[in-house]
Write a protein that binds this ligand. Structure first.
Ligand SMILES: Cc1cc2nc3c(=O)[nH]c(=O)nc-3n(C[C@H](O)[C@H](O)[C@H](O)COP(=O)(O)OP(=O)(O)OC[C@H]3O[C@@H](n4cnc5c(N)ncnc54)[C@H](O)[C@@H]3O)c2cc1C
Length: 194
């Protein structure tokens, strides 16, 4: 990335619950549209979203692709936390420390005047980390949403197990690759020990 900016800020929004760190700001790949040919992009992520998406089967044929609806930023609290994160990123990007290496602000720039306009820009730009999880969540006996138990065994279906990102009980704030590997190794070791 040029100019080089490498740091991650992991922090709590004003609406964070129970000490969670729900906002992540990281230097990311600059947008290809940068008029200067080089740019620093500060990507803001809401890593403890309360909005929930859906996954529905199209048919009983496993080769048919399912319907996936991410439903990003669907709650007022998610929207205001994301707005807070974007404003924090603007404060960082406009700070003196960056002034000596940056020229102008590509986005949002001067034309964005208030929160409503900034939210419209967020809606137009929002994407996903692709860290989709929890479509077949693990849970206890009294959890009506639980699809599998703590060993990944599908409730009520005998010996069938699911061991992948779908069984993580709720969307983790951490990247899901290592999380999934950790869950799989844990279940495998427990199965061997029995
Ligand atoms: C574009 C993208 C970028 C990502 N970047 C990161 C990142 O930087 N860091 C991070 O931590 N996570 C990242 N993730 C998320 C991470 O890759 C996933 O959370 C993780 O791979 C989930 O593991 P899984 O085993 O549940 O599923 P998968 O890794 O998707 O494994 C499912 C496997 O099942 C196979 N399969 C599917 N259907 C069948 C079938 N009918 N028969 C046999 N095999 C089948 C597939 O080929 C695949 O190999 C990214 C995801 C995407 C899509």
């Amino acid at each position: 990335m040029s100019p080089r900016a490498g740091a991650v800020l992991w922090t709590a929004s004003r609406q964070a619950l129970g000490g969670e760190l729900d906002l992540l700001i990281a230097a990311a790949h600059p947008p290809a549209s940068s008029p200067a040919g080089a740019a620093i992009a500060l990507a803001v992520s809401l890593v403890r979203p309360e909005s929930r998406g859906t996954l529905r089967l199209r048919s009983a044929d496993p080769r048919d692709r399912p319907f996936i609806e991410n439903n990003l930023l669907a709650t007022a609290r998610d929207r205001s936390r994301m707005l807070e994160g974007v404003k924090l990123s603007l404060e960082i990007g406009r700070a003196k420390a960056f002034a000596s290496i940056t020229g102008s602000e590509v986005m949002p720039g001067d034309q964005i005047r208030d929160d409503a306009e900034l939210l419209r820009l967020i809606d137009a730009q929002v994407g996903s980390f692709q860290h989709t999880t929890s479509t077949a969540p693990m849970g206890g006996d009294t959890d009506e949403w639980a699809v599998v138990d703590g060993a990944g065994a599908v409730r009520g279906v005998g010996k069938l197990r699911v061991v992948d990102a779908s069984i993580v009980p709720e969307v983790p704030s951490a990247p899901t690759n290592l999380t999934t590997i950790m869950v799989a190794e844990h279940i495998y070791r427990n199965a061997l020990a029995r």
